[in-house]
Design a protein. Sequence first.
Length: 482
Amino acid sequence: MSSPETAPPREGVIEQHSIDYVPHSERHGKVWHQGPFWFTGNFVLPTMVTGFVGPAMGLSVWYSVLAVLLGVSFGTFFMAFHANQGPRMGLPQMIQSRAQFGSRGVVVPFAATVFVYVGFLVFDTILAAQGLGLVLPDIKLFWYPVLIAVSIVIAVVGHDLLHFVQRWLTYLLIVVFAILTIVAIVHFSSNPVAPGAPAATAGWDLTAFLVQFSLAAGYNISYAVYVSDYTRYLPADVSAKKLISSVYAGAAFSAVWLMSLGAILSSYLPDPDPILALRQVGDLLFPGFGLVVVLVSVLALISIMGVNAYGAMLTGTSAVDGFKRVRPTVRLRVIGLTVVGIASLVVALLIPDDYIGSFNNFVLLMLYFLVPWTAVNLVDFYFVRRGGYAVAEILKPDGLYGRWAWRGVVAYAVGFLAMIPFFSSSFYVGPVADALGGADFSFVVGLIVSGGLYLIFARSIDHDAEAAARAASQAELEGSAR
């Protein structure tokens, strides 16, 4: 088995694996790399925009920061525990869900996941193009396809390039944004509030606090669908505690920092635009520094666009494989990434100019669709099967886990339905949320109902039959890798 400190010889630059199993002979990487990977993955402008919401609803800046801190701490908990699944199973995140839902029953979580990836890719594209528009001609029809094409190239090269770029961007982001954050705090604490800025009238508002909490939690829960994609190459015997802690620290620290910065900017600037706000505050240090901040942010956006394109390709390929068996070749990856890119370009060109309002609704939709999935998936891994799966059977659409696994499908559906009365968004407010003044507790309901039901249903699983299949599966997978 490969040591965590060494990497086996690689064949070529382009990653060869996609939705297939990564054998032990090809495992490599270090656990601590997960920290900077998820720091940079979360240190992007959509994260900052999430922090705009509390002040815009009348919440004071420090109450907004508290809501962010609590929400991120809660949401990252679920996201980080998915990290341990990657090295134990050697598979991308979403294809693992076949064990709970079946190769075809998993289509609803898959569709929601592709929605998440494409949605983030769209918003990242819009923001990156706006940033470049400060120094270059602001032409959507040029920049959108160029930016998406660059992200696809990064995703084609694959896993190791994404890790490399994310890791080294961390150092640059920390330096630049540490300076910017200090400038913002010093300036806004010693100057009068601008006319029309929320800080002039902000205070305590329970509804606003809960909305900010839910958005912060949902934002990081949405990263649950990514995690094993970037831990599956680690050796199978890495420390679970260290791995989960590294992912949690990176993702939580960056989210709390950037959302809190967003809350500060939103409190003291009337109707802030993320790009223009960064430039305005950065230029308080010296003219031109704001532009440096924006361009560094664009680099981070391009990197995470590659991550989103990569994840969408993996999930989309897994969905197709459930209905028509596919060979996970590099050519198929390129085709899948091209489809993702075209879809993202079309949506980016059609999205309304008020993308901040659209983004907030997008985050809530992610929360609604992904909470029942993460509950079922984590309960199965940690409490039902306890990390023991016949991985070769997961990869077979008609294998041991079947095409339609009723336990996961029913638990997911009932959990989602139970959440509906608690929904609170601009397009729908459920009766319970309405009675609570618009507060959204749906994620708590979804976690408890879906996770609890699945745990009850799982009592009838035949673990003895699965144990025999696990032994045969490991021999089959490692034997075929020689």
